[in-house]
Design a protein around this ligand. Structure first.
Ligand code: FMN
Length: 249
């Protein structure tokens, strides 16, 4: 379920913002739910509630790629779960950022765009410390996001992390949601944006992913498909036989 608000803002003039928001349990959400509503109210921003759009996890890859292609800023918004993203958000990355489209030879669809991670944690910031129970500063969990952006030629903007979403007081939550909406509304006129380096080029040499590997996966998928087809055919034949037998008994 995506929503697009009306054009005419800096964001829209800059080429559009696509917000991909993922929360497996919106009803239990304290912070992300308010961020979802706030993003929907920002003109020129397209918002996709992933768990609302794809309750069956069947992601419409073509539609997602079309939305990405027309955006200049791509925003991932979610609660941190096990130091990473919720399952459907990860499936979205797996399915949508495909070889030859998002990265690899000919995969230039996202090049030059900006990527922004907006995430909440349950634990407070001091717990992300070598001397505390998460053992690492939170930055230690960012490389998979950062390198995903880089491989696709996107500039990784400084993430907006809200720590301690469960324990923060109401005023902190409100201030955070306001900052988030203000940032969406003012993109790309962010004070620090000119200072952020363009992404380093990460071309994947064709030799690193020879055509054969694709052929193998195609062969496996085609073998699977014919096995399924044969299985279904023999099941229907068996059913037909048994109904014929029933009919003649
Ligand atoms: C399965 C699961 C895994 C979680 N893993 C983490 C984690 O690794 N680190 C953390 O700080 N919080 C973790 N949390 C807490 C969520 O990040 C936290 O509840 C959420 O950010 C709160 O945002 P909300 O009010 O929008 O739901 C986890 C929560 C769940 C349900």
């Amino acid at each position: 379920m995506t929503t697009t608000t009306s054009p005419g803002t800096p964001a829209e003039e800059a080429g559009g913002i696509y917000v991909i928001a993922a929360h497996p349990h919106w009803r239990d959400s304290r912070v992300n739910r308010r961020m979802l509503a706030a993003a929907r109210a920002v003109p020129g921003v397209e918002v996709n509630d992933l768990y609302g759009s794809y309750p069956d996890f069947a992601i419409d890859v073509e539609a997602e790629q079309a939305r990405l292609a027309k955006a200049r800023l791509i925003v991932l918004v979610h609660p941190i779960q096990w130091y990473s993203m919720p399952a459907l958000q990860k499936l979205w990355v797996d399915d949508v950022l495909t070889y030859g489209w998002a990265y690899g030879p000919g995969g230039t669809a996202l090049q030059g765009k900006d990527f922004w991670l907006v995430a909440t944690t349950g634990s407070p910031e001091p717990s992300y410390h070598p001397q505390s129970y998460h053992r690492y500063f939170f930055d230690a969990f960012l490389p998979p996001y950062e390198q995903t952006a880089a491989l696709c030629g996107m500039r990784f903007l400084p993430p907006l992390i809200f720590y301690g979403a469960r324990s923060a007081d109401e005023a902190e939550v409100t201030a955070h949601v306001e900052t988030y909406a203000q940032r969406l509304g003012s993109y790309p006129d962010w004070p620090e944006i000119e200072e952020i380096d363009a992404c380093v080029a990460c071309p994947v040499p064709e030799a690193d992913r020879p055509a054969e590997s694709d052929d193998v996966s195609k062969a496996v998928s085609s073998a699977f498909h014919s096995a399924m087809t044969r299985g279904i055919a023999s099941m229907s034949a068996a059913n037909e036989n048994s109904s014929n037998q029933e009919g003649t008994a």
